[in-house]
Design a protein around this ligand. Structure first.
Ligand SMILES: [Zn+2]
Length: 146
């Protein structure tokens, strides 16, 4: 092999590598749009839920790479509790029943525990597709006394 052919071979190989990388990036991350978030009893949209009640979650998902799992997390804003105090109520639920769908409307209700304290909470919604690509959205949530 002379030098010229050798360099052309390298150029083609590098070219192919870049082409395949770009191809991987063509599949977009899941797109998440919060439609409604609010009291479960009234299917509200005021970003508020009651202690011992339910939170109504209505979110549109478009996942080019196909949904694998969806995680819903609710946790108190900031670091409230001191040493020796009881752990504050948190929620961390993973849904796998939407696996295989390219788009869906996620309409689920989660229960707010009777031991939850009223206050400011953080709502995280994380979608992972079949290729491991992840996207998330978050919102401020108020938990109020029933
Ligand atoms: Zn609902």
């Amino acid at each position: 092999m002379n030098k010229g052919v050798f360099f052309i071979t390298i150029a083609i190989t590098v070219g192919l590598l870049f082409t395949s990388c770009e191809k991987d990036d063509e599949v977009a991350k899941p797109v998440i749009t919060i439609h409604e978030l609010g009291d479960g009893g009234s299917h509200g949209n005021d970003y508020t839920a009651k202690i011992s009640g339910e939170l109504h979650i209505d979110i549109d998902i478009v996942a080019e790479g196909t949904i694998n799992k969806i995680q819903v997390r609710i946790h108190p804003e900031g670091e409230h509790h001191k040493a020796g105090e009881l752990e504050e109520w948190e929620l961390d639920t993973t849904y796998t029943k939407f696996a295989g769908l390219k788009n869906t409307t996620f309409h689920e209700h989660v229960r707010i525990d009777s031991l939850a304290k009223a206050g400011d909470y953080h709502f995280d919604f994380i979608v992972t597709d079949m290729e491991g690509k992840q996207n998330s959205t978050e919102a401020e949530l108020q938990i109020v006394n029933n």
